[in-house]
Write a protein that binds this ligand. Structure first.
Ligand code: GLA
Length: 674
């Protein structure tokens, strides 16, 4: 975190992306009235306004922007001011088409869409720095501008660029990482196919080829591309700081369960607040769990600070297969779920639904139908509820005894090049563990492998394909000092260079687990893996033999009949479990055995439909209870619901679809198995 400015709002933030430039000024006046009615306290301004601010090269039109900033300011609404680099002006692309990104086939993209620039191109960098500087100089000291929003969803349209500027930057990046070309040859194993490089200039971006590519090269190009996007953030952030900006600066990340475009774990030190955009998938019947997983991952990026959901939707989006609206009450639950998991606000894309343009069918706080609509009434209701919650800003989600390790670099490594099975969703294993451990009331933390493992009773390492030596050593040290660890399928197979750790799978953990995997065994369509207990595993297993581990379950039937499927080994004061496949049906008993082994006690009154999350501060604690189901429930709780004002004395009645935020009685706080 930069030392300039801490993100510490006194009120729960509520608002969204505001694009007044899409409307006549008469509508602005209505906007302000409606914002007051809903209790909006912040809007994100200017995200896509570059072409209307810098109307030609170094020709500026600030008047309309000054006016709207003053109007918002007079209304007491804070501004999260965006640098508009997500959408360069038409004139810039006309004058400098060389800034457009190039795809892996070597074809340059065209003007249109957004994020149409290469972060490594010096011409692009010059223009981006200038617009950030001008905005910083003009509005940096404005009292209504309380935070800054660099660009928008960096990488969401320009994740990888293969142009000549990128290639040059990639070579420099490699030189910094490896110093000597021989180190690259060795890390990438270029003896294979005789692809030995003589000098850094021999290396090119991994442009398309009909046959397979070197997985280590692909992975390093992904790392480089992530760093190039982070470089763009830093360039704009530094321009703002140089112009005198002292308020918090962030950018909206896209934390995704199926892998993010950048390695956000390496970005968080640069962000004054971690902020994300999140959209539920209408077709997913348990989308609230996917939201909980993403929110947990987000807080895990930096558990020491609250974060911010910068954008989510009030209802339908416009980019899924079927853009179904949210159900009545769902948006309010979604917002409060994010806050339960540590967000200090609930912001939306966007304030007023656009009439024209690429996103004209995207929902907003003010829908096309206007004020007399369910959507608007729910927005007002959400604002009313959020206003009851100001006291919990700054508090953090209670640290869990359980950590689930998830890493996007490991996911990229899995997706780089050919693998034993190509459709294995590598984060799926983490999602399954998150769900089963959440449902048991353990409130797991989802954290990057570099996070502090001290004090974790249970560490789950699900399909963590790439494991560095440092991570392997940290996990083993935690186990020796008493943690129980579960190593899932496909974990620890390759090192930081994506090189197989030979000698038997999973190389990084083989000795700790006391097993040797001789072969990976992906399932063919229709195949099932049955275990001695009757449980099933999905997707993959391995031909395992034990060296020092105890066999917990063996395979039944098929080529692996009688061979170990699940093992356990006592290691120091802890225990190391190995599960060779994706957990499937019938795993409840096993999960209970593992959590029992770890000595976990239930901390939260969660059940299948009731999500429970606790936020804590030095003196207080708040228990969020969210009823995602269709039946009323009675949940154990003690304290006062900030939203309804009702008291809970051991039990709290929570209607179907409702949310409570219970300020807990202090004397009941100590340690509270339920
Ligand atoms: C992201 C973007 C927004 C908008 C929405 C649509 O949040 O940042 O500009 O495109 O997606 O869902």
């Amino acid at each position: 975190m930069s030392h300039h400015s801490r993100f510490s709002p006194r009120s729960v933030l509520f608002g969204g992306d505001y694009s007044p430039e899409q409307w006549p000024e008469s509508v602005w006046r209505e906007d302000l009235l409606l914002m007051r009615e809903a209790g909006v306290n912040i809007v994100t301004l200017g995200v896509f306004s570059w072409g209307l601010l810098e109307v030609d090269d170094d020709r500026w039109d600030w008047d309309w922007f000054d006016r709207i900033i003053d109007l918002l300011s007079n209304e007491g609404i804070s501004i999260d001011l965006a640098t508009p680099t997500a959408s360069p002006p038409i004139w810039l692309h006309r004058e400098h088409p060389e800034i457009l990104p190039v795809d892996r086939r070597g074809i340059r993209y065209h003007q249109g869409g957004r994020l149409q620039w290469c972060p490594s191109h010096p011409v692009w960098q010059r223009y981006a720095r200038r617009i950030a500087e001008r905005l910083g100089e003009r509005y940096g000291a404005h009292p209504a501008v309380t935070m800054w929003h660099v660009s928008n969803e960096l990488g969401g349209g320009n994740r990888r660029c293969y142009c000549t500027a990128s290639t040059s930057a990639f070579r420099v990046w490699l030189e910094n990482r490896y110093e000597h070309i021989d180190a690259v040859n060795s890390a990438w194993g270029t003896a294979f196919w005789g692809h030995r490089y003589r000098r850094f200039d021999d290396v090119t971006a991994p442009l398309d080829s009909e046959s397979a590519q070197n997985p280590s090269l692909l992975l390093d190009f992904d790392r480089f591309s992530s760093d190039a996007l982070l470089g763009q953030f830093r360039l704009e952030r530094d321009a703002l700081r140089d112009a005198g900006v002292t308020t918090p600066i962030t950018t909206n990340l896209m934390v995704s369960p199926s892998g993010s475009v950048a390695d956000y774990a390496s970005w968080t030190d640069d962000l004054d607040v971690v902020a994300i955009d999140h959209y539920t998938i209408a077709e997913d019947p348990r989308r609230e769990r996917e939201l909980a997983f993403v929110a947990s991952r987000t807080r895990g990026l930096d558990p020491s600070r609250p974060w911010l959901v910068m954008e989510h939707s009030t209802s339908a989006v416009n980019w899924q297969r079927r853009n179904a609206p949210k159900s009545p009450g769902e948006m309010i639950r979604n917002s409060l779920q994010h806050i339960a998991h540590g967000s200090d606000g609930a912001l939306f894309f966007q304030w007023r639904a656009s009439a024209s343009g690429a996103e004209q069918f995207h929902s907003a706080m003010v829908p096309h139908a206007g004020r007399d609509s369910r959507q608007w009434r729910e927005v007002v209701e959400l604002g009313r509820r959020l206003a009851q919650l100001d006291e919990l800003t700054g508090s953090l989600v209670e640290r869990s005894e359980v950590a689930i390790l998830v890493d996007d670099v490991s996911l990229w490594a899995w997706h780089a090049g050919q693998k034993p099975l190509h459709d294995h969703p590598i984060h799926e294993d983490a999602r399954l563990w998150f769900d089963v451990l959440s449902a048991r009331g353990f409130g797991p933390d989802v954290v990057p492998p570099s996070s502090d493992l001290a004090g974790r009773s249970l560490i789950v390492v699900p399909s963590l394909y790439l494991v560095t030596d440092t991570t392997a050593a940290a996990i083993e040290a935690a186990v020796r000092s008493g943690s129980t660890v579960v190593i899932g399928p496909l974990s620890g197979i390759v090192d930081a260079d994506s090189r197989i750790r030979v000698g038997g799978y999973p190389g990084a953990f083989r000795d700790m687990l006391g097993v040797v995997g001789e072969e990976l065994v992906p399932l063919l369509d229709g195949e099932q893996l049955l275990l001695s207990s009757g449980a099933q595993m999905a997707d993959i297993s391995a031909r395992l033999r034990t060296t020092t581990a105890d066999v917990v379950e063996v395979h039944r039937g098929g080529d692996l009949d009688g061979l170990p499927a699940i093992t356990r080994r006592a290691v120091g004061a802890g225990a190391a479990w190995h599960i060779s496949g994706l957990v499937g049906a019938g795993f409840d008993d096993l999960v209970d055995r593992i959590t029992g082994d770890a000595g976990l006690a239930r901390r939260l009154p969660t059940s299948d439909d009731i999500e429970a999350v606790r936020r804590v501060s030095a003196d207080d604690s708040w228990l969020f209870l969210i009823n995602h189901g269709t039946t009323d429930a009675v949940v154990p709780a003690d304290g006062t619901d900030l939203i309804s004002g009702e008291c809970a004395d051991g039990r709290f009645a929570l209607s179907a679809g409702d949310v409570a935020v219970i300020r807990e009685r202090v004397e009941k706080r100590a340690t509270r198995p339920v």
